[in-house]
Ligand binder design. Structure first.
Ligand code: AMP
Length: 193
């Protein structure tokens, strides 16, 4: 079972992904986490992406597609992946569909967490104060939201046309969102307890 958690930065994708990992033993594939790990390790890739990430812009499709491809065998062995923060462009979504098709797999469901602009801003202000992530500062966060609107939101019709898109109100409690996700998963044959 392969699931995409879709939504703007700070929609709650990471929180819900973590719960699904704990509950279903699936693998979370977060390109943001992978890129931050590359930055921290000081690798060549980390140096290449650092400035782009600090500006709040998207890194190239090729970089993130390669990162995901490397991790697909591990996800397959675990019975599926939760894609978190990937895909973020139509080109990435097409590459993902191709990579999965080569493995006789597919995306089963795309869950969109809908959160309004002002709620995102207050969540991020809190996260910035608590964690100090450089790209959570208010100006950079606006750039990340613009990137979402311009490059990522156009993916919604892509998945809607495939009949895979489920929309959930991401402004209710973490538990309520989790219940909505579980119900949506039950509809595609994943049973939660
Ligand atoms: P995130 O933690 O998912 O918000 O990602 C943090 C940053 O990593 C983003 O602002 C981008 O610079 C970069 N990034 C993460 N995932 C992607 C992706 N799928 N495509 C392009 N850039 C990405």
């Amino acid at each position: 079972m392969n699931l995409i958690l879709f939504g703007p930065p700070a929609a709650g994708k990471g929180t819900q992904a973590l719960r699904l990992v704990q509950q279903h033993g699936m693998v979370q594939l977060s390109t943001g986490d992978m890129l931050r790990a590359a930055k921290t390790s000081g690798s060549e890739l980390g140096h290449r992406v650092a400035e782009i990430m600090n500006r709040g812009e998207l890194v190239s499709d090729e970089i993130v597609v390669d990162l995901i491809e490397e991790r697909l065998p591990e996800a397959e062995a675990a019975g599926g992946a939760i894609f978190d923060g990937f895909p973020r462009t139509v080109a990435q979504a097409e590459a993902l569909d191709n990579m999965l098709a080569h493995r006789h797999a597919q995306i089963d469901i795309v869950i969109r967490l809908v959160v309004d602009h002002s709620a995102l801003l207050s969540r991020i202000a809190k996260r910035f104060a608590e964690q100090g992530r450089p790209d959570d500062n208010p100006e950079v966060f606006e750039t990340r939201l613009s990137a979402y609107a311009a490059q990522t939101a156009p993916l919604l019709p892509y998945y809607q046309l495939q009949g895979k898109l489920v929309e959930l109100d991401g402004m209710t409690s973490v538990d309520e969102v989790a219940r909505g996700i579980d119900k949506a998963l039950e509809r595609v044959g994943v049973h939660t307890y």
